[in-house]
Design a protein around this ligand. Structure first.
Ligand SMILES: [Zn+2]
Length: 238
């Protein structure tokens, strides 16, 4: 069984208001970008988009191609590249007052507001919290300045309790037999444990063949908001 969000079904919906002509401008700012996380395989996303298989988070209709978002840099362990996420439009929502009309399709290799891949960031958090490597070594391995790594740590620490709770809930949803992940004195470590437990539950639920790479799963399940300063809860996979 393929998890429904493996392709694209979950989305993170950020605040966005104002008239239609403001949408283009608003999408240039990440804070207001309405994003759906999609598979990193651009060809399969394109095929799904054209076929209407990527659903609008607002109304469930098939999203349609609508140009591209801006090009954004993406580093993988320091190796620079760039990506240009696809943008989509929901025809029924265009005529629905107040509805979100367009959605950026962000590949799960990326996180919102971060120029480094989800794997780069996730592995650095593991190296710091679990392996207890020195910060300079972790930053060097991730290929980022030490200040960048410090920013990841700080934001992850701020969100750690929320991440622990929500990935624990996901683990229970995927495997009702799953025991609780209890909070201890180290929020970052607890959050990473909950992420690991959820990933294992996903494998039990969906099978190893359909298992996603860990940090791709996390990017998808958090709607790209693992390190976002947001008070809104993580969206739930349908
Ligand atoms: Zn819609």
């Amino acid at each position: 069984m393929t998890p429904p969000w493996l392709v694209s079904s979950e989305g993170g919906v950020g605040p966005l208001g104002g008239p239609w002509q403001d949408v283009e401008g608003a999408l240039r700012t990440v804070r207001n970008t309405v994003v759906r996380m999609v598979d990193p395989d651009a060809e399969s996303v394109e095929a799904d988009l054209v076929a209407g298989r990527i659903k609008c988070p607002g109304c469930g209709s098939g999203l349609r191609p609508w140009g591209h978002a801006r090009v954004r840099p993406l580093r993988d362990h320091g190796s620079p590249s760039a990506m240009r996420p696809r943008r989509s439009i929901c025809p029924p929502c265009v005529n629905s007052p107040g509805a979100q009309k367009t959605h950026v399709l962000l590949p799960k290799v990326a996180l919102l507001r971060r120029a480094d891949t989800s794997t780069t960031i996730g592995e650095a958090l593991l190296a710091w919290h679990v392996e207890e490597r020195p910060r300079r070594e972790v930053a060097a391995r991730a290929g980022v300045p030490i200040d960048t790594f410090r920013g990841w740590r700080r934001r992850f620490g701020q969100r750690a309790d929320q991440i622990r709770v929500q990935f624990t809930e996901l683990a229970h949803e995927w495997d009702p037999e799953q025991g609780a992940v209890t909070a201890r004195a180290m929020p970052g470590l607890d959050a990473l444990e909950a992420i690991g437990v959820a990933a294992q539950a996903a494998v039990r639920r969906f099978g190893a063949d359909d298992a996603e790479p860990l940090w791709q799963l996390v990017a998808g399940a958090s709607a790209g908001r693992l390190l976002c300063n947001t008070s809104s809860p993580l969206p739930r996979p349908p």
